[in-house]
Design a protein around this ligand. Sequence first.
Ligand SMILES: C[S@@+](CC[C@H](N)C(=O)[O-])C[C@H]1O[C@@H](n2cnc3c(N)ncnc32)[C@H](O)[C@@H]1O
Length: 401
Amino acid sequence: MENTASHSTAASPNLERRIKRQAWAPEHQLFATCAPGLEPLAAAELTSLGFRQVESLAGGAACAHRLDGLYGANLWLRCAGRVLLRLKDFRVHTWEDLPRQAAAIPWEVWLKPGAPLKVLVSLRASNLKHTGRIAEEVLAGASTRLAGLGLAPPTAALPQASDPAMVMVRGHERRASISLDSSGAHLHRRGYRLDPGQAPLREDLAAALLLLCGYGGNEPLLDPMCGSGTLAIEAGLLARRLPPGLGRAFAFQDWPCHRPATWDFLVRTAQKQALAAPPQPIYARDLAAKALHSARANAQRAGLEGSLILEQADFFEAAPPPCPPGLMVINPPFGKRLGSVRQARAFAQDLGRKLKSDYAGWRVGVVLYRPEWEELLRLRPLARLVAPHGGLTVTMLCGQV
Ligand SMILES: C[S@@+](CC[C@H](N)C(=O)[O-])C[C@H]1O[C@@H](n2cnc3c(N)ncnc32)[C@H](O)[C@@H]1O
């Protein structure tokens, strides 16, 4: 990846030197967080982006790379939540270790002077206690460091602050780590879904269902109950090789060490290699005209105007689309949030019947709010994962009709 000069033209030569040495020269430990259950998919995504020694861990996937890799991960990851950069990992003997280690971090490279900072602490069987005090110590360490360099210290972010710089402290047994969030708003916030419609599927989970089903854009896709279009839009981005992060801002763009030219190069390269159209058709259908209206508006915002075939149709009445069998993805209108359990069960049963009668040869990826409904669909299971979604636990199933 390209290496270009920092944007901080006003930065002192000293700071420039530190930026090179601390931020751009070394490899960093990166951790892509994701919803529990999606870890193998997040790890597979990192691997296919070219990261090496990727490790799937609880809550995400780890790898090491220079800073341009962190930019690329933010731009390209489809089912991750955030990309964290490990600033320090140390043994904790006494309380004094925490402020000392925190003050040794070159914060001047990572934090805009005077910026609001939120410190989140999680402890597991840790010899550190008192999350509030830990957060204060880390903030104090950063302040000491910056004040020593004549820079404005960070301020504690107010609870209502939107997307402040965020530091995560993790304590486990006798070790602690301090990481910096590079993403800002959660990565599922691609920026295209201003119109959420009814019971939408979160964008990272929609991408996860597609990846679980092995979708790469080279087969027809149908979402027969598309709602606001999330699954079809994520499929469109995948099929056209468009990165999900193209239309949004990231926390790293505020870092003193940020190199806009490096970022622009990544974005331009991504745009150049994108396909002008999906190789195979992507159908998004729904019963409700209102749903199609929001799907169309969301698709336009995602840059997919003309890439999706939007049709108003009742799944139980309409014929399959005029294409060979491919992948069908469904986030059906059932579950605790929509209708009664009895209605939902009957709906799942009808769905299974319709699939058997009209969709032989199709693979189906479906979001199930109750695992026992799987048998009503009568699919031959190929893959599944269980993930939290909107306060519920959902099963994502991929099966063959
Ligand atoms: C849970 S929503 C889908 C949400 C969508 N995945 C999203 O992220 O916005 C279910 C959708 O199924 C549609 N629907 C319900 N019954 C249908 C039917 N028989 N044929 C087609 N669409 C139907 C509803 O109008 C609704 O938009």
